[in-house]
Structures are given as structure tokens and as C-alpha cells.
Design a protein around this ligand. Structure first.
Ligand code: SAH
Length: 217
């Protein structure tokens, strides 16, 4: 795996594009500038790894568009040491961005092939989130509470378990919508029984799939 001056130059350009699209959190932008996105894609995608576009990562899934990764990361308002749960590990790119921002990352993936691939790749790159194979609808009760939770697949509903697993003052960023368009939703847990809900822009994600479709292969 080589990360040369050309890749670094392409990353700088990508950061400028994302900045122009409205991302202001310098912590997010510097994480995008650090993480070598071309390591997450097949070598045939090398030249286009730094375009602001989603790409296939196998098993019918995609690595999110860098702008979307940046947008969700900014909404999370990450502070150093925050304990973050990610639902939908996929390629692991989003996990690496959160690690670069100083978070402790717990990430869960329901497709075994992707879970195994990413569990191999990330440590080789020097990134060590805690990775789990399972159904993210249920979160990770034994590791809760989390300061922040990010869902990186389109959710038909907001899973109650995820709200339960947020700490007071914690933030959940989740794209909500049953069809192919979702509205980015930010839930802040005010108290044990009270939440604040804000709806942001529209996005397109692969679907968050429930337990009954659980992929055991
Ligand atoms: N964050 C990823 C984006 C991957 S796409 C990245 O940076 O590459 C969304 C991922 O969510 C897919 O890998 C999909 O398999 C996974 N997913 C969908 N439903 C899930 C569920 N219920 N639990 C865990 N992962 C799920």
C-alpha cells in the first residue's frame, strides 16, 4: 500500500471541494486530508478514489461520498475521547475519519464478508477501532452508553435501542427514510425520557437492514 505525494495532492483538492460545499469543522477536514481513501477501493478505482463520489465496496454496498462522511462527522460534534458507535462499518473509511478526530470507535457490520475484509485492512493501516459482526439495529448494549452514534445506512425508522444507548447529552446522526431518499436526522438526548430532533438535508444511502435479513454467510 503506497501513499505518495500524488495521492496527498489529490486529498488536498478533495478537502477544498468539501470545504466549498460548506463543511467548516477543521477537525473533520484535516481527518479527510489524512486518511488514504484509495486504500479502501480496488486498485482499478485508484485514480478516482479522491473524487467526491460514492464507490462500490463489494456485497452490493458502497463507501459513502466523502462529503457525506464529512457532513455526518461534523454533525456529531466529536470531542477528543468521545465514545462513538458506528452502525454499518462497510469499508471502514468513516471509522478511520472518526479515529483521526480523536474518538474511540466501536463499529458494527451485518455482512460477514465486509466485516472480515475491513477487520484485516484497518490494522494494516494503523487504525484499530473495535469491530463487531452483528445487527446494528440493536446497537451494542454491553458497551453502552455512547457519547455519539452514527448510522451510515438509510433507516426506515429510528431504532429505539440506539436512543437508549446514548448517554445524556449524546448525539445520534441517522439518515431516516424507507425509500431511496433519506433525511439526515440529528437526535440529542436531553434526559432519560426527552429527546430533541432536528432534520437536515436529503441524502441517498444503501438501506439499513433488519435482523430478519441477517446475513450469516
Ligand atoms: N460507513 C461505511 C458506509 C458503508 S454503507 C463506510 O465508510 O464505508 C452501509 C453499511 O451498513 C453496509 O456495509 C451495510 O452492510 C451495513 N448495514 C446495513 N444494515 C445494517 C445493520 N442492521 N447492522 C449493521 N450494519 C448494517
Amino acid at each position: 500500500m503506497i501513499d505518495n505525494y500524488k495521492h496527498k495532492g489529490l486529498r488536498k483538492k478533495l478537502v477544498e471541494q468539501i470545504r466549498e460545499k460548506g463543511i467548516v469543522d477543521e477537525n473533520v477536514l484535516s481527518a479527510i486530508e489524512k486518511v488514504p481513501r484509495h486504500f479502501f477501493l480496488d486498485s482499478s478505482f485508484l485514480e478516482i478514489a479522491y473524487q467526491d463520489k460514492p464507490f462500490p465496496i463489494g456485497a452490493g454496498q458502497t463507501i459513502s461520498q466523502p462529503y457525506t462522511v464529512a457532513y455526518q462527522s461534523e454533525l456529531l460534534k466529536i470531542k477528543k475521547g468521545d465514545k462513538v458507535l458506528e452502525v454499518g462499518t462497510g469499508s471502514g473509511y468513516q471509522s478511520c475519519i472518526l479515529l483521526e478526530m480523536g474518538a474511540k470507535v466501536f463499529s458494527i457490520e451485518r455482512i460477514k464478508l465486509l466485516y472480515q475484509k475491513t477487520k484485516m485492512l484497518l490494522p494494516q493501516m494503523g487504525y484499530n477501532p473495535k469491530m463487531f459482526f452483528g445487527d446494528g439495529y440493536k446497537g451494542l448494549p454491553s458497551y453502552a452508553p455512547f457519547d455519539k452514534i452514527i448510522v451510515t445506512a438509510g433507516a426506515p425508522i429510528i431504532p429505539n435501542d440506539l436512543i437508549h444507548q446514548l448517554s445524556i447529552g449524546g448525539v445520534l446522526v441517522i439518515p431516516v427514510g424507507a425509500n431511496d431518499v433519506q433525511i439526515m436526522t440529528v437526535i440529542t438526548k436531553i434526559s432519560e425520557n426527552e429527546i430533541d430532533k432536528k432534520e437536515m438535508g436529503y441524502f441517498r444511502f444503501v438501506p439499513l437492514l433488519e435482523d430478519k435479513h441477517f446475513d450469516k454467510n
